[in-house]
Design a protein around this ligand. Structure first.
Ligand SMILES: [Cu+2]
Length: 155
């Protein structure tokens, strides 16, 4: 192997090791956006219980707008937050800092008191894995989280 080849290989290794891992999370950060009620493709009902959701895996298509109707049939307050792993981790940390405080509704999430039903409309604009979770302290750790598999070939 001559010096030029070694240099080329070294620079390729550099690209793979340092540049790809930096750019990948930026691409993966798009987990969708609030959807338009006039463009809803499908309605999915999810029930929050103490302490879990009745569904843990959902399949949606890329570009699909879903109306989530979330019903809290538990005796505790629950959340329904849509986001990627990073968003869920950040929200979990926020909620740990202010236990007992009611979070206002956010574009990607709702909070439900016992007996409440709320709606969240979301457009999944990119393939990948998105999560829905509850971050009332202790609930996420107890497994109150599910996956939304976004894939163009999934019906
Ligand atoms: Cu909960």
């Amino acid at each position: 192997m001559n010096f030029d080849k070694k240099t080329k290989l070294a620079s390729m290794a550099f690209l793979l090791l340092f540049i790809l891992p930096v750019s990948a999370p930026i691409l993966a950060a798009t987990f969708g956006q609030p959807g338009n009620a006039a463009q809803v493709d499908r309605t999915i009902k999810i029930t929050a219980l103490d302490i879990r959701f009745d569904k843990t895996k959902l399949h949606v298509r890329t570009g699909e707008t879903v109306r989530f109707i979330v019903i809290n049939k538990g005796q505790l307050t629950h959340e329904f937050i849509i986001g990627d792993t990073q968003e869920q981790t950040e929200h979990e940390q926020e909620m740990q800092k202010m236990p007992g405080l009611d979070m206002p509704n956010e574009p990607n999430g709702i909070m439900l008191k016992p007996g409440q039903t709320k709606t969240l409309i979301w457009t999944f604009d990119q393939g990948g894995v998105v999560e829905f979770a509850c971050h009332v302290p202790g609930h996420f750790a107890a497994g109150m989280v599910g996956k939304i598999l976004v894939n163009a070939n999934t019906k």
